[in-house]
Design a protein around this ligand. Structure first.
Ligand code: PAF
Length: 274
């Protein structure tokens, strides 16, 4: 695997490499990322990954400084997964001057995650468009665990007519159901034992909907209360339409439940298609 940090070196290296499948990451890789790398192989002749902890998508009181940086271990995993090229720009490679031109997603950026992380999706969309311009892939893969992010990026790609297929990869879970996430590493042993409750509440809600319960407000509230009882602080548990993340309006729509809740100082997100 070749590791490249400069944009012009990346561009010259990627000439004549056929169809490129790209997996952007912020590093601290786990099996969720690695499964995207494996899927990427089915979508391209060359697989390119990136590692860049993007300051623009973190709020002022968020975990940018303590976000886990595990570059050598990440490189070992990417090599073993058969990634051809790792683009690992420094902050001055990617943002040589303050980034003043920003991608401002529409209203969706203010709902759900956006309500609790103002500016987050602007930072994500800006860096992903910039990474797309550097790598110029034909396909790009993102995990469904960040469901709203996937939708923002899909819509951006379509509206800006970028010639890139956006592919969503299924969430990878630990045996007890906890969705894999770099932030799971912040959990203490007792919090880690408690953490799968979020997944179990989503399953409970999914099963109730499958059994015909359409009182989504009550189901959401019941999940929030169950988490509250065990010391969680929930930002949202919301049943939404898969198509646009708006509240459901008819019986015919495919739905998804999205959740964000804090256990101690760790904020976990998860979702489940219903
Ligand atoms: O999902 C992530 O890891 C990040 O939001 C992304 C897409 C790599 C942009 O920084």
């Amino acid at each position: 695997m070749q590791i490249i940090s400069a944009i012009d070196t990346l561009r010259s290296t990627l000439k004549n490499r056929g169809r490129i499948a790209f997996v952007p990451t912020m590093g601290n890789l786990h099996e969720g990322h690695i499964s995207l790398m494996r899927q990427a192989r089915e979508h391209g002749d060359s697989v390119v990954a990136s590692i860049f902890v993007n300051r623009l998508q973190f709020g002022p009181s968020e975990d940018f400084d303590k976000y886990p940086r595990t570059f050598q271990a990440d490189c070992d995993q990417l090599s073993a997964a058969g990634v051809d090229i790792l683009f690992a720009p420094t902050e001055s490679d990617l943002y040589p001057e303050p980034q003043q031109y920003l991608v401002d997603p529409p209203e969706i950026q203010n709902w759900l995650e956006g309500e609790f992380r103002p500016g987050h999706f602007r930072g994500v969309a800006t860096v992903v468009l910039k990474l797309f311009n550097c790598v110029q892939p034909q396909a790009a893969l993102f995990g469904k665990k960040d469901y709203q992010q996937l939708m923002v990026l899909r819509n951006m790609t379509r509206q800006l007519a970028l010639p890139i297929d956006i592919i969503g990869g299924e969430t990878v879970r630990a045996e007890d159901g906890l969705a894999l996430s770099s932030r799971n590493g912040y959990l203490s042993p007792s919090e880690r034992a408690e953490a799968p409750r979020l997944y179990r509440e989503l399953c409970r809600l999914r099963d109730a909907v499958a059994a015909g319960d359409r009182d989504f407000r009550k189901l959401e509230q019941s999940a929030v209360s169950a988490l509250d009882t065990h010391g969680w602080k929930t930002d949202y548990i919301a049943v939404r339409r898969q198509s646009d993340l708006m509240p459901p309006s008819s019986n015919q729509e495919a739905l998804v439940v999205l959740a964000a809740s804090r256990l101690g100082s760790t904020r976990l997100i998860d979702n489940m298609e219903l």
